[in-house]
Design a protein around this ligand. Structure first.
Ligand code: ATP
Ligand code: MG
Length: 454
C-alpha cells in the first residue's frame, strides 16, 4: 500500500513540481489550492502526511495547520514557506508542525524528511498496537463477585507501599495480579523485576537476588547487580516464594528488615528502595508447620494477603474469559477468528479446570485452531476437550442417592455451596441474592456442614 501525501499550496507551479517528485517516488498524491479545500480533502483522502504552504490567500497556512490539528490531532504536517523567518518556524512547531521547509525546495531534503516522517508514523502505530496488546494482555477479566472484590483490593493496596502476598492455585492469575498492583502504583514507571524462585537452582538464587562480586565463586566472572538492586525504586516480584531455599529466605528477611543488600563476596551494603510482592501456590502455613518456610519471613511478606480463587469457584467469569481470549488470540497471525456458539461456552463453563485460567486459555486456543467450521460448536468442545476435565455431577454420585428426600437435600446443598462460592462466602450477600433471611442461611450452612475450601 503506497503512502498518501496531500500537497497544499496556492501556487500551481509549486503544487505540480512537488506532486511530480512525490509521485515519481511512489507516493499517492492529491493537491489542494487553499485551506478550505485542504481540510475537506484531508477528511476524504486521509493522507499520512501533508505539505502545507504558509502564505496562502484567504486562510493562511498557520491557521490551516491549527484547524487541521483540531480536526485530527495526529495529523503530520510539514510547513513550507517562501520567506521563512525563525518566528514563523517557531509558531508552526508550537502548533504541532512536524517540520518546516523554506523555498526554494531542496529535493533531497524533502525526500529525507518525508521518509523520516513516515518512519515516525510507523513507529507511532507500532507503539500504539504494542501498548494496546500489553494492556489487553494484562487486563484482569471477570465480573464475578470474587474478581470484583479482588480488583477492588488491588486498587486499594496499589497506592500504598505495603507488601502483598498473592496466593492461589496454578494458573489462577497471580502474576497478572502482581502486574496490576505494580502498574497502578506510584512505582509504575520504574521497573517491575520478576524472580521465579522455583526456576532458579538454589545455589544460584542468592547471587540472582543480591548480586555478586567478580571471583566470589566459580562462574562469577564479573561484578553483577542482583534483582533487588535492579528493582531499586520499583517493584520486586518474588514468584513461587514457597520454593525458596532456607538460606535465601534468611537473607531476604534481612533485606526486608534493613532495606540494604550486600553482594555476595562483598562487604559494602547498598541501600535499596524496593516494594516486594510475593506469590505462591503453596499453603505457606503448612510449609511453616513442616519447617520449610520461615514464620518471620511469612509475616513480613504477608502484610496484605490477596487470594485469587480457582476458576471453578467463579464460573460466571468463563464466558467473559472465553470472549477475551478469542479476541486476544485471533489478533495473532495464523489463528482463524471463530465465534463460539453459546452451547459451547455453556459446556466450557461447566467444566472443572484444574489448571484454571491458563488451562482455559490453552483450550480456547486449541479449539480455535482445530475446530472445523466457521464457528466453535458444542460438538467441537466434546470432541476436542479432554473428558478428564468435565465436571462430575454437581450432586456428587447420583447412584448413592436412594430416596427423593436425599436427592432434594443433595440438590439444595450443592446449590447453596455454589452460591456461597459465587459470593466468596459472604453470607449476607449470598442471603440477599437468594432472597433468604440470613439466619436461615446460617442454619442451612450448619445443617449441611458447608465449609469453605482452603
Ligand atoms: N482474570 C484474568 N483475565 C484475563 N486473563 C487471565 C486472568 N487470569 C489469568 N489470566 C491469564 O491466564 C494465564 C495464567 O495467569 P498467570 O500466569 O497470572 O497465573 P499464575 O497464578 O501466576 O500461575 P502459576 O501459579 O502457574 O504461576 C496468563 O496467560 C494470564 O494472562
Ligand atoms: Mg505465576
Amino acid at each position: 500500500m503506497s503512502r498518501k501525501v496531500l500537497v497544499v499550496d496556492d501556487e500551481a507551479g509549486i503544487r505540480a513540481a512537488l506532486s511530480q517528485l512525490l509521485e515519481y517516488e511512489g507516493y499517492e498524491v492529491r493537491q489542494a489550492a487553499n485551506a478550505v479545500d485542504a481540510l475537506a480533502e484531508y477528511a476524504r483522502f486521509g493522507p499520512d502526511l501533508v505539505f502545507m504552504d504558509v502564505k496562502m490567500a484567504g486562510i493562511d497556512g498557520l491557521e490551516a495547520l491549527k484547524r487541521l490539528r483540531e480536526q485530527d490531532p495526529r495529523a503530520v504536517v510539514v510547513m513550507i514557506s517562501g520567506h521563512g523567518t525563525i518566528q514563523t518556524a517557531v509558531e508552526a512547531t508550537q502548533l504541532g508542525a512536524y517540520d518546516f521547509f523554506e523555498k526554494p525546495l531542496d529535493t533531497d531534503r524533502i525526500l529525507v524528511t518525508l521518509r523520516n516522517a513516515l518512519q515516525h508514523l510507523e513507529l507511532r502505530d507500532e507503539v500504539r498496537t504494542l501498548r494496546e496488546q500489553v494492556k489487553s494482555r494484562f487486563e484482569i477479566v471477570g465480573a464475578s463477585y470474587a474478581i470484583k472484590a479482588l480488583t477492588d483490593r488491588i486498587e486499594k493496596v496499589a497506592g500504598t507501599p505495603a507488601r502483598v502476598l498473592i496466593t492461589g492455585e496454578n494458573g489462577t492469575g497471580k502474576e497478572l495480579v502482581a502486574r496490576a498492583i505494580h502498574n497502578q502504583s506510584p512505582r509504575a514507571k520504574k521497573p517491575l523485576v520478576e524472580v521465579n524462585c522455583a526456576a532458579i537452582p538454589s545455589e544460584l538464587i542468592e547471587s540472582e537476588l543480591f548480586g555478586h562480586l567478580k571471583g566470589s565463586f566459580t562462574g562469577a566472572v564479573s561484578d553483577r547487580a542482583g534483582k533487588f538492586e535492579q528493582a531499586d525504586g520499583g517493584t520486586l516480584f518474588l514468584d513461587e516464594i514457597g520454593d525458596m531455599s532456607p538460606s535465601a529466605q534468611a537473607k531476604v528477611l534481612r533485606v526486608l528488615q534493613d532495606g540494604v543488600v550486600t553482594r555476595i563476596g562483598g562487604s559494602r551494603t547498598i541501600s535499596v528502595d524496593v516494594r516486594v510482592l510475593a506469590a505462591t501456590n503453596k499453603n505457606l502455613e503448612d510449609e511453616i508447620a513442616a519447617g520449610r518456610f520461615r514464620e518471620d519471613l511469612y509475616y513480613r511478606l504477608n502484610v496484605v494477603p490477596l487470594h485469587v480463587p480457582p476458576l471453578r469457584e467463579r464460573r460466571e467469569d468463563i464466558p467473559l474469559l472465553v470472549a477475551h481470549f478469542v479476541a486476544q488470540l485471533t489478533e495473532r497471525e495464523g489463528v482463524t477468528p471463530r465465534a463460539f456458539e453459546p452451547d459451547a461456552v455453556a459446556l466450557l463453563s461447566r467444566m472443572e479446570w484444574p489448571g484454571n485460567v491458563r488451562e482455559l486459555r490453552n483450550t480456547v486456543e486449541r479449539l480455535l485452531i482445530l475446530a472445523n467450521g466457521s464457528r466453535v460448536t458444542v460438538q467441537d468442545v466434546e470432541r476436542l476437550v479432554g473428558r478428564a476435565s468435565a465436571e462430575p455431577s454437581a450432586l456428587g454420585a447420583l447412584g448413592t442417592i436412594r430416596t427423593f428426600e436425599e436427592f432434594k437435600d443433595a440438590a439444595e446443598r450443592a446449590f447453596l455451596l455454589s452460591k456461597l462460592r459465587e459470593f466468596d462466602w459472604n453470607v449476607s450477600e449470598t442471603a440477599r441474592a437468594l432472597d433468604m433471611p440470613r439466619s436461615n442461611l446460617y442454619k442451612k450452612i450448619e445443617r449441611y456442614a458447608l465449609v469453605r475450601e482452603a
